[in-house]
Structure formats: structure tokens, C-alpha cells
Design a protein around this ligand. Sequence first.
Ligand SMILES: [Zn+2]
Length: 147
Amino acid sequence: MEQRIIHACGHEQAHHLTGYDSQQERKARWLRTTTCRDCFVVKKRAEEAAAAALSSAAVAHLDLPLLTGTDRQISWASTIRTKRLAEVTALCGVADYHACLQMTDAKWWIDHRDQTDVDLMAAATQALDTQSVTAVTASITDMPRTT
Ligand SMILES: [Zn+2]
């Protein structure tokens, strides 16, 4: 049964409620305490933007190399890279994540976006090891070496 619910934010929204009357009543009562879908999306976007701003601030000092790939890949990968580097730089030493800083292939970041922090750092180290030395940018010589 479709019911119009006035949400906590003051907006009205139609909901399709199912189940017994008592279940529908309980669901309707709960829905009235929540925000409507539009307000939920707005709030979620604001939270994401705030989190992205925090991540950007956390990696601002890293002087990251430009990513390579298509415009679309670069834009997506740069969001992923910022978020992941903000995480690993907060948790790990530069020795662990310095390989990640050298990964400029946008596709690599997109392909590895769901990896755990440990797997991400290991994959970056491995990828750099298999690259020829000449492909590694000059900036790596500025990084603390750990061997
Ligand atoms: Zn609302």
C-alpha cells in the first residue's frame, strides 16, 4: 500500500509499505523519524565532499606526480588515489607506501581501488620492481630509501 509520509526534514514522500498492518504502521512510524530520500542524498554528498576535502588536505604535502590515462580515468583515479593515500599515510610509514606515490597509471589505481591497504602497497611495490629503472621518475631519488 502506498502511503505519504512526512519525514523528519519536513518533506513528504510516497512509500510503498508491505506486510501486515502492524508492520506497515511500525515502518511508517520509523520513516517519520528519518529524512526523505532527497535530503538523504544531499547529506550523503556533503559528507563525501567533506571526506574528500579532508583526504586532499592529508595528501597535499606529498607533491604527487600527474596521472596518465584518459581524462575519465584520470579524474576517477585521482579521487581513488587521494582517498587511499590519505588512509595509508595516516597508518603506515613512508617506507611502506612510497611505491604507491610513484604509481602514475590511472588504470592501476582504478584496478586496485578495492584492495586492502596492505595489498595495495604490496601491488605498488611489485609493479615498480617489474618496471625498468628508466621508467621510474626522477622523483623517486628524493624519497627515503629503505633497503
Ligand atoms: Zn527532505
